[in-house]
Design a protein. Structure first.
Lengths: 97, 198
């Protein structure tokens, strides 16, 4: 049991769960009644945090960190492209943002 | 001349090791890209009817979404630990960990059931408006992936009893684990877009 808790994946899980709870708090309670620009920045932050979580899952749970460099770069490219598209559409296509 | 294969350990080259096999990664990255296009579609159409999307989102239960995120993250942790145990030939422990991962998946399905039930009873069906069309399409497609993943985990559980004896056993285990983590990964992006985006 102790060896399970000492496993590096346990630390990754703790970070992922912590970020989830933080994003949840950011996205729900925080900033109600705040100016629109604050919401836009908070949402951008929440999307960025989700992509950080995606990278942790890919590299640590899906073992991409031990994979050939080609797979690492394809995964990184997916994260960067998805981040640019989602944040780009959110910030520039949404009226008022 | 070949050395006797230690099949429970992944073959490693100087360039690294692909978990499972290349094919599973083609599938996983393809599936991730299809979902990414759906996510982009959601953000694009959201911009056209921002008021409607924000108003509809306000009726969602963020707590259900967050609990499900934690359930999938935990199930992924169990799968990592189970894979690790299977590689060390700790078969009974591996089976317990895979069973726990399966139960987290079942918990996700149960929470989803109550969430859908709550929405449908409020009259918020897939035809209610465009937001709910996206909501049911994205979460439904994802739930289908969860259900397929649970069937796969069932097989992983059964095969863990015999241990990793062949290269194909190892590839099945790693490929299944990779698929299950992808299901987790997709929810990690889906949750903030549907539930938290303001």
């Amino acid at each position: 049991m102790i060896s399970l808790l000492r496993h590096p994946a346990t630390i990754v899980w703790l970070i992922l769960a912590g970020v989830t709870v933080f994003s949840w708090w950011l996205g729900t309670d925080h900033g109600s009644g705040a100016p629109l620009q604050a919401h836009v920045n908070i949402t951008t932050g929440v999307i960025l945090l989700s992509l950080v979580k995606v990278r942790l899952i890919l590299f640590h749970f899906m073992e991409v960190r031990e994979a050939p460099w080609q797979l690492k770069r394809v995964c990184d490219a997916w994260i960067v492209v998805v981040g640019l598209v989602l944040i780009g559409l959110y910030r520039f296509a949404t009226p008022g943002n | 001349m070949t050395a006797p294969a230690v099949v429970s350990e992944a073959p490693k080259t100087s360039n690294g090791h692909i978990p499972g096999e290349t094919g599973i990664w083609v599938f996983v990255l393809g599936d991730m890209t299809v979902f990414a296009m759906l996510f982009a579609g959601f953000v694009f159409y959201r911009a056209e009817q921002l008021g409607l999307y924000l108003e509809s989102q306000a009726a969602l239960n963020q707590t259900f979404g967050a609990i499900n995120t934690l359930l999938l993250l935990s199930s992924s942790w169990f799968v990592v630990m189970g894979t690790d145990a299977a590689r060390r030939d700790a078969r009974a422990l591996a089976q317990r960990l895979f069973a726990a991962a399966f139960l987290c998946g079942a918990g996700f399905g149960l929470v989803k059931f109550f969430e859908y039930r709550e929405k449908v009873l409020q009259g918020l069906t897939p035809v209610a408006n465009e937001f709910y069309s996206f909501y049911y399409m994205l979460t439904g497609l994802h739930l289908l992936h969860v259900l397929i993943g649970m069937i796969v985990l069932g097989f992983v559980f059964l095969r863990a009893r015999a241990g990793i004896r062949t290269a194909s056993d190892r590839m099945f285990l790693e490929g299944s684990a990779t698929y299950w983590h992808m299901v987790d990964l997709l929810w990690i992006v889906l949750f903030p877009l549907l539930y938290l985006m303001k």
